[in-house]
Write a protein that binds this ligand. Structure first.
Ligand code: ZN
Length: 133
């Protein structure tokens, strides 16, 4: 894996959280994007070589709404950038990690993504992402 590409943070409300993270990080949100397949809205901030991705549920029963209901707002996942997502998925699966999607899917920010089940990663939801060229 190449680096931590971004950290995903679940928030209830962009209207409050985007200005909060703008003043925390001292930088403006540079992109907002909806991911229809996941029923979430995303907002991105650059922090050096890494990004912060805020996640807001687009519906009352979406994955982010459910996450916040269970655990409250906070860190939702850590995303690692990889060179070849299919090779990494095969490698991790062969090592016993549980993939949450069998084929890479289209994520936010022009990426192919795959999530690993937190059961196999000490409770951390891990995202693999590969930039789509
Ligand atoms: Zn992410």
């Amino acid at each position: 894996m190449l680096k931590v590409e971004h950290i995903g943070i679940a928030v209830k409300d962009f209207a409050a959280s985007i200005p909060l993270f703008e003043s925390l990080l001292g930088t403006s949100c540079y992109k907002q994007e909806s991911v229809e397949s996941e029923n979430v809205r995303t907002a991105f901030f650059k922090t050096g070589d890494t990004k912060i991705e805020l996640l807001e549920s687009a519906s009352l029963d979406g994955v982010i709404a459910k996450f916040i209901e269970k655990k409250g707002e906070g860190i939702h996942h850590i995303a690692f950038e990889v060179n070849d997502i299919e090779v990494e998925m095969k490698r991790l699966q062969a090592t016993g990690f549980i993939l949450l999607n069998e084929v890479p899917k289209k994520g936010a920010d022009n990426k192919l993504v795959c999530f690993l089940h937190p059961k196999g990663t000490n409770g951390v939801l891990v995202e693999l992402c590969q930039e789509v060229i």
